[in-house]
Structure formats: structure tokens, C-alpha cells
Design a protein around this ligand. Structure first.
Ligand SMILES: C[S@@+](CC[C@H](N)C(=O)[O-])C[C@H]1O[C@@H](n2cnc3c(N)ncnc32)[C@H](O)[C@@H]1O
Length: 479
């Protein structure tokens, strides 16, 4: 699949080895990062949707290194010397690779080694050696060093998408020089399991980094999360050097009080809060503030001020959707003075997203990005159901399954036009609801797929019908 094209004569070929998880999110991440580091999009060829290999046309090794300093979706990048559908094709391709580009890595006074990486097939040591020997025609003149080689080369083979039914011969073979690894270790070092302050819906570290990359967060940006929870989305942004702030309607969450989400711990301890989380990772200097506030009622001085808005709004599975307000007319009495904050109302999903898009349109800087999760009931989903706004352009839309009939989609939008009052997006048009309205009953639809026993257990665990805590997927880490 060719994603975007701006090819030029000076482009070089690099090979990305992508991680085999969150597959839909990988190419949008790489595209966003290329935009961030180079200002342009380049030719990007995905060999096969499910393949971990992807060829990249970019002008320099420096750009490849910059990409790897940010990506959590790619494991490694290689300077591609040759590729083909068979060993013969690979050899032909290697013979056409300019020798002046190889020579400095093959010097007699250098050390090197060749590694073999196979996708969906395990080779014996003997088979691997035979493959390395088949590369002897390349003019390697250095010494082999298995422990500490200066130059590391990889022969990589793709045996197709079916691990239980691998092909006899590979679909594709690549040979290249290793340049750098990506940032996969961040997924472990920022894991919710190791984090000081967590909640039931703390975002999985890998997805949080993917979101920050889709948003193209960069040093000195100001990033806002209107549904901040325990601040799981602020951490990767601060890690990339952005100043972070957020709001949440829940007093206990904002103040780090109440019941603990960790097993074997009853109540939250002292200093369990977002600021302490940032301190844990040496990022406290990027903390701006966390406010107790209802996202349906913006509190900000008018005008663009955020470089990115990254958020995971509530959708009523593990947390209720609510906003401040009351169904009844409030009498201004001594009991209810004007400053009184009324009881909480149900916050319809379609309202959450129309408010969010309006807010982003108004408060993002031009080219700033909104990255958020949209829950969908799959049998009813169509692309038209994705909320739109005249100031925001959809950049990517990636699905993550929650159950057989529900999923959530990571929507990335970019502000392309200054906000004017008449741009206010409403989910009610010409007296009709726009398509996303159908997803308001997401919670009921979500639970309709669970067995009665599972639903009963879920309700018992949460002590009521409207607080969710059923851990369904890998999307958030269980703690
Ligand atoms: C899915 S959680 C966010 C989790 C967060 N990303 C994290 O890593 O912890 C959604 C949050 O939205 C908050 N929330 C619900 N309604 C809100 C509203 N009207 N305004 C602001 N926050 C709200 C909930 O209290 C909850 O903390």
C-alpha cells in the first residue's frame, strides 16, 4: 500500500521492522513522525498489511535515527541494501547496490556480524549458517565479531501472515545494515504496573505513546487532556518535552483520594497524584496543573492555546459519563446561591464528542492535533459516524477491538482553519441527529454481548449499574 508520495531523486531506501501489535496504528504513527521530523511526507510502502516489514524512502540516515528516537511501533531501522522474492532476486538486487555505499562498512580493520531474523518461521542453526554462507559473494573484508561488532547486518525473511501455516519459502527477503532501534523499552519503563498513581482506566503505556506520536507532540508544546483521569496520557507528552495540563470532573481522582485501584491496597496513599507520577519519571518540570472541572463547560480564556489535545473520554463502561447540571429549574435561594454547583447529569456520548470537537477547533493552534478514542458499536459503524468539524481534518482512524461487537477507534484530527462562532458543530442538524447519536446507548450494547453471568459479576463488582470496571481487553493494563 503506498501511503503518501513526495519522492525525490535524493531519497534512500530504509527498511523498518515493525512490532506485531497495535498493527493498525503503526503506519499512521510513522507518517506523523515523519511529518514532525522532516516537514514532508515521503514514499512509504507497506509490503503487506500484516507484515512487520515496511520500506521507507527518506533522504538521510539522520532522519531514520530521529524517527527511531520517537517510534514505539517500529523495533528497528536498517539501511536497505537489497531485497527480493527469492534468494536469487535478493542476490541480483545486492549486486546492483552501489559499492561506494557499502565500502566504508566492509573495511579490513572493522568488525561485523550477520544476524538472521525470520517472521513466522523458526530456522535451525544449520539453516541459518547456510543462509549466511550464501552471502559470501558480498565483499566483506572485516573480522567477524559476535560479541561487539561495529557493523551489524541483517538477513530478514517474511514467511507470510500465518504463524501456524508458514510457507516453505519466504514471501520476501531483505538484507540491510542495522542503524538504530526504536523506543519499545518505554512501554515497559512506563508500564502502569510500575506507576505510583493509577486508576481503573489508566491508559496502557504503549497506546499512550502512540497517541502522543499521532499528535506529533514536540518539546515546549502545551498539551491538554480534558478527561485527564490519572494522567496516563500526559506522561508520554512530558517525556517528549511538552508542558502538560488536564481537567477532570472527579474530585477524588484530581486529589488522589479514595479507594485504591491496586489489588491488596484499600485506600490511595499520600502523594498519589499526577504530579507525583511525573516526578517518578523525572518529568515534574513539565507539570502545569490539573484542575477539577467539567469538560462540558470550558473555563478558558478565548483563543488558541494548546498545541495538542490528547484524551480518552469516558464511555460508561468503567466510568460514568456525567457533567454538572440538573434536570430541574434551580431556585436561587439561600440554599442554592448563584455559585452553587448543581448535581450531576448524564453526559450523552454524542454530546461529549461534539463538545470535544468544538473545544479543539477553538483552542488548538493551527496544525495542532486532537487525538481521542471514539467507542463504536461495530454492527452500526460506518465512517460517516465519525464526528466531523469544519475546522478539523481527519488524519487517521484506527480500530482497536474491545469485544466481538464493540471497538474503539483512535481518531487523529488536525486543525486546518481558524475557528469562527458559526463553525460550532452540533450533533443535531436540521432537527436530525448526526450518525454518532446512535452510539449513545454504547454501554447497553457493550453489555448485550456479555453473558448474564458476566454482567451480574460486573455489576456486583461495581456495586451499581452505571460504573464500569469489567476488564475486557488488552487495551488497558490490568493492575
Ligand atoms: C477514561 S477516563 C481517562 C483515563 C485517563 N486517560 C488515565 O490514563 O487515567 C475518563 C475520565 O473522564 C472523567 N470525566 C467524566 N466526565 C467528565 C466531565 N464531564 N468533565 C471532565 N472529566 C470527566 C472521569 O472522571 C474519568 O477520570
Amino acid at each position: 500500500m503506498a501511503l503518501s508520495c513526495k519522492s525525490g531523486a535524493a531519497m534512500k531506501k530504509y527498511l523498518l521492522l515493525l512490532a506485531q501489535e497495535n498493527c493498525e496504528f503503526r503506519l499512521p504513527e510513522i507518517k506523523s513522525l515523519l511529518c514532525l521530523i522532516g516537514g514532508h511526507l515521503y514514499n512509504l510502502h507497506d509490503i503487506n498489511e500484516k507484515s512487520p516489514f515496511c520500506i521507507l524512502h527518506i533522504p538521510s540516515e539522520d532522519m531514520a535515527r530521529k524517527l527511531m528516537k520517537r517510534t514505539v511501533c517500529a523495533k528497528s531501522v536498517f539501511e536497505l541494501w537489497g531485497h527480493g522474492k527469492s534468494l536469487e532476486e535478493l542476490q541480483q538486487s545486492l549486486l546492483t547496490y552501489p559499492s561506494e555505499k557499502m565500502v566504508s562498512y566492509l573495511q579490513p580493520n572493522s568488525t561485523y556480524k550477520i544476524n538472521i531474523h525470520t517472521f513466522n518461521k523458526t530456522l535451525s542453526q544449520k539453516e541459518k549458517l547456510a543462509k549466511i554462507e550464501a552471502l559470501e559473494f558480498l565483499p566483506f573484508r572485516g573480522k567477524v565479531s559476535l560479541q561487539n561488532a561495529e557493523h551489524i547486518f541483517y538477513l530478514m525473511e517474511d514467511y507470510g501472515p500465518e504463524p501456524n501455516n508458514p510457507r516453505k519459502e519466504p514471501l520476501q527477503i531483505f538484507f540491510g545494515r542495522w542503524i538504530a532501534d526504536g523506543q519499545r523499552e518505554l512501554i515497559n519503563s512506563y508500564s502502569v504496573k510500575k506507576r505510583h498513581f493509577i486508576g481503573n482506566t489508566s491508559m496502557d503505556a504503549g497506546l499512550a505513546f502512540i497517541m502522543a506520536n499521532h499528535a506529533r507532540v514536540k518539546p515546549n508544546d502545551v498539551v491538554f487532556d480534558p478527561f485527564v483521569g490519572t494522567g496516563g496520557l500526559l506522561l508520554p507528552c512530558a517525556h517528549f518535552g511538552a508542558y502538560v495540563l488536564g481537567t477532570d470532573i472527579d474530585y477524588n481522582t484530581v486529589h488522589g483520594l479514595g479507594k485504591a485501584s491496586r489489588m491488596n491496597q484499600k485506600w490511595r496513599g499520600p502523594d498519589e497524584n499526577i504530579r507525583a507520577n511525573l516526578r517518578q519519571y523525572g518529568l515534574e518540570k513539565y507539570y502545569l496543573d490539573i484542575l477539577l472541572s467539567d469538560a462540558s463547560k470550558p473555563i478558558w480564556r478565548k483563543g488558541p492555546m494548546f498545541d495538542a489535545i490528547i484524551t480518552d473520554p469516558p464511555y460508561g463502561i468503567r466510568e460514568s459519563t456525567r457533567k454538572t447540571g440538573t434536570q430541574k429549574e434551580i431556585m436561587k435561594t439561600e440554599l442554592f446561591p448563584e455559585s452553587h454547583v448543581p448535581v450531576q447529569l448524564n453526559y450523552h456520548l454524542s454530546d461529549i464528542f461534539s463538545d470535544l470537537l468544538n473545544f479543539a477547533a477553538e483552542f488548538l493552534v493551527i496544525s495542532g492535533r486532537l487525538v481521542y478514542w471514539l467507542p463504536v458499536y461495530r454492527p452500526e459503524y460506518t465512517e460517516e459516524a465519525v464526528p466531523c468539524h469544519p475546522c478539523l481534518k481527519v488524519i487517521s482512524n484506527c480500530e482497536q477491538m474491545l469485544s466481538s461487537h464493540t471497538s474503539r477507534r483512535l481518531i487523529t484530527m488536525e486543525k486546518v482553519k481558524e475557528f469562527e462562532e458559526e463553525d460550532q458543530f452540533s450533533h443535531i442538524k436540521d432537527g436530525q441527529y448526526t450518525p454518532y447519536k446512535g452510539h449513545n446507548s454504547f454501554r447497553e450494547k457493550y453489555f448485550s454481548g456479555l453473558t448474564k453471568r458476566m454482567a451480574r459479576e460486573e455489576r456486583a463488582r461495581n456495586g451499581g449499574p452505571n460504573t464500569g470496571n469489567y476488564i475486557v481487553t488488552e487495551n488497558r493494563e490490568e493492575v
